[in-house]
Design a protein around this ligand. Structure first.
Ligand SMILES: [Zn+2]
Length: 319
């Protein structure tokens, strides 16, 4: 069936053997899901959004000479400013702030600096992280002390310089505390997601045909024998654990960045609904419940909450 899809898409894109949708969507998904060329996943903001990250982008656009108000609402005027900025920086001018646009917007700030980029840091420290600080746009000793405190809490080098990693920590609410590929404190969500069943292979890709191609595979299958520990791909909260048609026993974990991960066909729960879990924590044992052709773990990633859009887990995790 995959071959049939491949033939259909041949006129549009080169068809790879593994995942047809990847080759078709490689360019657009990169910006949609916020992946920068450096590999970091930034929150995506676009026209219509209204949140703290929009304010941060507005401060940073001001730093780069674009004129716009610090409203926190992504208006059509802001979209024009983003497009103008993207053209100046040689980025694809789609007016959406994704990974590569974020990484051109951020600039290093340190003690003694003055300007809108400093204001962005102070605004995040005050309004997102509740550090006692005023938005003066002047990087003085108070700002330095708050930044180093933030860096220590996130296992960043506490040098008081807001460079790429510290910006990423601030904007994404990410921590760098493990250094390794798994582990961490309960509820702490990191910039990197990890394999939910380390050592076991992918047996079916995201986007492949199901039910005679009337629908797509919304996750990735991992070939786990029944009883394999299933691990949370990142820190977060178990928002649901129960039985779902087709999925069998399944668990949804909510993470930072508006991501939710689902683990399905389980044989046993190791956590309860509402529980805070750590990245790499065993949350269940895999099984063969629900509809399936044999024991495996169905792993799904959704962007925008439990009923958000399913995305290819390969954009977050190296399997
Ligand atoms: Zn599946």
């Amino acid at each position: 069936m995959q071959r049939a899809v491949c033939a259909l898409l041949l006129t549009l894109a080169a068809c790879g053997p593994a995942d047809d949708l990847d080759s078709l969507d490689a360019e657009t998904t990169r910006e949609v899901y916020g992946k920068a060329d450096t590999g970091r996943y930034w929150p995506v903001i676009r026209q219509g959004d209204s949140n703290r990250n929009v304010v941060t982008a507005q401060y940073l656009l001001r730093h780069h000479g674009e004129s716009l108000s610090l409203t926190g609402a992504f208006s059509s005027g802001m979209k024009s400013a983003v497009i103008g900025f993207q053209k100046k920086k040689g980025l694809w001018p789609d007016g959406v702030v994704g990974g590569n646009t974020w990484e051109k917007l951020i600039v290093p700030v340190r003690l003694g600096d003055l300007g809108w980029a400093v204001g962005a840091v102070q605004d995040l420290l005050l309004n997102r992280y509740a550090y006692g600080i005023s938005i003066t746009k002047l990087y003085g000793t108070t700002t330095h002390n708050r930044v180093t405190a933030f860096q220590k809490a996130r296992c960043l080098n506490p040098d008081g310089v807001v460079g790429e990693d510290t910006w990423y920590g601030l904007v994404k609410n990410a921590s760098f505390c493990t250094g390794g590929s798994s582990g961490g404190a309960a509820g702490v969500c990191y910039g990197t997601f990890t394999h939910p069943a380390p050592g076991y292979p992918v047996t079916s890709e995201f986007g492949t045909c199901r039910d005679g191609c009337t629908r797509r595979h919304e996750g990735i299958d991992i070939g786990t024998p029944t009883g394999t520990p299933v691990r949370a791909a990142n820190g977060g909260v178990v928002v649901w654990a129960g039985w779902a048609s087709g999925y069998g026993y399944a668990i949804d974990v909510s993470h930072c960045g508006s991501y939710t991960t689902r683990y399905a066909h389980l044989s046993q729960f190791k956590v309860y609904q509402g529980q805070t879990v750590a990245r790499g924590q065993t949350i269940a044992l895999s099984g063969n419940t629900g509809v399936g052709t044999g024991p495996h773990l169905h792993f799904e990633v959704r962007k925008g909450g439990s009923w958000g859009t399913p995305i290819n887990p390969r954009y977050l995790i190296q399997f």
